[in-house]
Design a protein around this ligand. Structure first.
Ligand SMILES: Cc1cc2nc3c(=O)[nH]c(=O)nc-3n(C[C@H](O)[C@H](O)[C@H](O)COP(=O)(O)OP(=O)(O)OC[C@H]3O[C@@H](n4cnc5c(N)ncnc54)[C@H](O)[C@@H]3O)c2cc1C
Length: 570
């Protein structure tokens, strides 16, 4: 990625009306919409397969505002209700953080006005949804007034995380991004979108001198640099920035390199390439609070231990086409009573059963009155600080909490029915260790993220103290609800249990048409963005990405979509 603008090439390798970057939840809808509006479209995708994080997602999609399914089930929703929900200043979580207060009104208005249309468009383009009323399952910052969560069916295609199709009995009843993205891939190919895999955008070209329009992009294709001219527009759908350590630390200095288990990797990264390329030609970032606010899943507690990629809603299986990079399935933790969690120094830091941040959703507040001061006043204060304690560090002057290790014994292995061997755990990568003595276990822990050796006596003392808490029934240090199991029977184990980075909620500044805006508040002509690479909108993933893809594709092709706010230069 170049940090300085480069002159556009004298000769282009390929030309199209519109070039879309990324084949995820933003890119595929944008490409299809633009192609069906009559534009020639090239879509470049860095990876070997389409789909981005969307294809491995849970497929829970909160598109509302009056969809046909909401109407079918008698749920009264409207663009206005949706807009007011997603900009409601009065909604706060039990830890006091507001979900919606810092949302950009223009961007949310455009979403509210096009949310139902996007859902109907998905249906018309072959996406099958689980046949049931919208609910609140998997919801994450989707508004409190009515249920809006719908679920894309997994369907019959092999699932990226297993390499196998889902059982026939559940193909239309299980929610997954697999069915969403394979359906859209088929629609895109049928429409005539040219999809180029293993083509990584490295540069966006803008006419020199500024403020000229965007002209096209440079891509890296297996080491060869190519240039693609976009006569009308370039659409950025690159999926966010949380995989880029330098970039994410602009918002949270604690998120140092040990947070290496990005949810969604190794299928695709969120390397900030779209943001950086747009910033080089003048784009502004937007909505920083949404990245650091303590709600949702920007940072999460792991669901598995003993492997690098340990997001709670995704487990890589040996049949997956990317298992060579995932390397282990991890051990799913059914009960956090079965382990203690220690930092680099072998010290506990919090109640292991503690949770991650939560997000507002339908029924999170009861009673709920839109915009009422009572919403916050009625709430029971309940800070949720597991993650903050894990990220606090060891008082050595460094940022970052360092690796977190789950320590357990062979009785825990039996209780959890774990197999503490490859491919369940990643021993070769340094994410799992075992020993017959706790002191030996501490000495064995070597991985580049463990920047200080774990003192063996610390681990022995920590386990001895915890075992005493089990005997007495009271965790005097962290108030774990009645510690249940001693760690006493060898062999002993240390499994990687470091928090996971996930959503990006900060990104390029866009307007209601998804046009990218520069630092002076002016439109960068010919540049559009949506999804996790766009800022200003605090919501977990698929709905805002698909909707902004729909808006961007239309706007780039010159088709007007409804919005009470027109996205023009300001
Ligand atoms: C395990 C998991 C479960 C999830 N479950 C849900 C859920 O149930 N509901 C929900 O709403 N959200 C969910 N999400 C989040 C949701 O998947 C994302 O928010 C959404 O996919 C974002 O869409 P996007 O288009 O911005 O990025 P993506 O869908 O990730 O697509 C970005 C694409 O751009 C490509 N790319 C990146 N850089 C370049 C480049 N330089 N050149 C070319 N291509 C590039 C990437 O390879 C990728 O294919 C989940 C995410 C994960 C990881």
């Amino acid at each position: 990625m170049n940090s300085q603008p480069r002159r556009p090439p004298a000769k282009w390798d390929r030309k199209a009306d519109i070039v879309v970057i990324g084949s995820g939840a933003t890119g595929l809808p944008a490409a299809i919409v633009a192609r069906e509006a009559g534009c020639s479209v090239i879509l470049v995708e860095a990876e070997k397969d389409i789909g981005g994080h969307a294809i491995i997602s849970g497929g829970n999609i909160p598109l509302g505002g009056g969809t046909s399914v909401q109407q079918k089930y008698g749920i009264e929703d409207s663009p206005d209700l949706l807009f007011r929900d997603l900009t409601d200043w009065s909604v706060v979580g039990p830890n006091g953080f507001p979900d919606y207060r810092y949302n950009d009104r223009e961007i949310v208005r455009a979403f509210a006005d096009n949310s139902a249309a996007t859902f109907e468009w998905l249906l018309a383009h072959g996406v099958v949804f689980v046949d049931k009323a919208p609910d609140a399952l998997g919801g994450n910052s989707v508004g409190n007034s009515v249920p809006r969560e719908m679920h894309a069916a997994v369907m019959h295609w092999p699932m990226p995380h297993t390499g196998e199709p889902a059982e026939p009995a559940v193909q239309r009843t299980r929610s997954s991004g697999n069915g969403l993205m394979r359906s859209l891939e088929i629609a895109a190919r049928k429409a005539g979108v040219e999809i180029l895999l293993e083509h990584r955008m490295t540069q966006i070209y803008r006419q020199d001198p500024h403020p000229g329009p965007v002209l096209g992009i440079a891509v890296d294709h297996k080491g060869e640099e190519l240039s693609f001219r976009a006569h009308k527009a370039v659409i950025v759908g690159t999926g966010g920035s949380t995989g880029n350590v330098g970039f994410r630390r602009m918002f949270d200095p604690r998120l140092t390199e040990e947070y290496c288990g990005l949810a969604g990797m190794p299928w695709s990264d969120q390397d900030a390439s779209g943001e950086l390329a747009a910033m080089v030609i003048g784009a502004s970032l937007w909505g920083f609070y949404n990245q650091i606010g303590e709600f949702g899943s920007n940072v999460t507690k792991p669901g598995s231990i003993g492997c690098q990629y340990n997001y709670r809603h995704l487990q890589w299986m040996p049949g997956s086409p990317v298992f060579d990079r995932a390397r282990a399935t991890g051990l799913r933790v059914a009960d956090w009573q079965d382990v203690i969690l220690v930092n680099m120094l072998g010290r506990r830091f919090y109640d292991e059963t503690g949770g991650q941040y939560i997000a507002n959703n339908y029924n999170s507040l009861d009673p709920y009155v839109q915009g009422s001061w009572r919403n916050a006043a009625n709430l029971k204060w309940n800070p949720n600080n597991f993650l903050n304690a894990a990220l606090a560090g060891i008082d050595d002057g460094h940022n970052g909490g360092g690796p977190i290790w789950a320590i357990f014994d062979s009785d825990a292995v039996t209780r959890e029915n774990w197999t503490p061997a490859p491919p369940s755990v990643d021993i070769a990568g340094g994410f799992f260790f075992s020993a017959n003595r706790l002191a030996d276990l501490a000495e064995k822990i070597v991985i580049r993220y463990q920047r200080v050796a774990m003192p063996p006596q610390n681990l022995e003392e920590t386990v001895a103290r915890y075992n005493y808490f089990v005997e007495s029934g009271i965790d005097q240090d962290f108030g774990k609800p009645k510690p249940l199991y001693k760690i006493a029977k060898p062999p002993f184990y240390a499994a990687w249990a470091t928090p996971v980075v996930h959503d990006t909620r900060v990104g390029l500044r866009i307007n209601a048409k998804c046009q990218v805006i520069d630092m002076k508040g002016e439109v960068i002509p010919g540049l559009y963005c949506g999804g996790e690479s766009a800022g200003g909108f605090s919501q977990h993933g698929l709905a805002r990405a698909t909707c902004q893809g729909y808006i961007a594709g239309n706007a780039a092709a010159g088709v007007t979509v409804p919005s009470k706010i027109r996205g023009e230069a300001r």
